[in-house]
Ligand binder design. Sequence first.
Ligand code: IPE
Ligand code: IPE
Ligand code: MG
Length: 246
Amino acid sequence: MGAEAFATVESGSSKVPDHVAIIMDGNGRWAAANGVSRSKGHRKGADAVREAVEGAISCGVRYLTLYAFSSENWNRPPEEVTDLMGLLRMYLKKEVRTFAKEGVRLRVIGRRDTLAPDIRGLIEDAESKTRHNSRINLVIALSYGSREEIVMAARSIAEAVASGAETADQIDESRIGRALYTEGLPDPDLIIRTSGEQRLSNFLLWQAAYAEFLFSPVLWPDFTRETFTRAVAEFQSRDRRFGARP
Ligand code: IPE
Ligand code: IPE
Ligand code: MG
């Protein structure tokens, strides 16, 4: 790839998005278009994760969040769910070693109690082994649903108030932010969705308040680091106002 592809991205410039989140969509359509099984599509999709991580590192993005499996994805046919969980196991086992080498710190957000115990173990292991890495924070949203996340936050705050530990008037935006799975993460600056669909599908509803959106027709398995770099360049051309300027 030519240096040209990166020419518009000034790494370290204040306009590089600090946090990019991606809705990785289109594995099934990629499989259909290429005459292969959905399972193969998901496998190719898992390979594309590396492209996104490398793209993010080369642009100087500090947080990359990937939507890998939604709360609603449990409603897919059981064979597909089993297949996706198998792929996740393989990914977690294989990638931990490369994460360590590349300075990737992993964090998983979502409802862990819905995942198989061995997968939970692999996640804990990967998070703990990568906790000192600081080149990039890779956040994987797994069994994640934003409304569910907000419900859980409301419940935990309600419990704190009911117990007398906190008062209702102490609840503010920052308190709610701290009760979400994304506690401690900056809000996403840029949300990319592949496959041409233009919706959030229950992803980061609270956190996306001032995110820029980019909908790409690329099917997730075809996503490359150049696709990432182009998205960052598009982000850099946007005028973010946060409601403060007329
Ligand atoms: C994204 O690809 C992967 C997951 C949601 C797990 P899809 O499986 O949704 O692919 P399409 O949307 O059917 O093409
Ligand atoms: C969103 O994609 C979830 C992930 C990419 C993990 P879906 O394919 O599940 O979303 P819908 O069903 O098209 O809204
Ligand atoms: Mg889809």
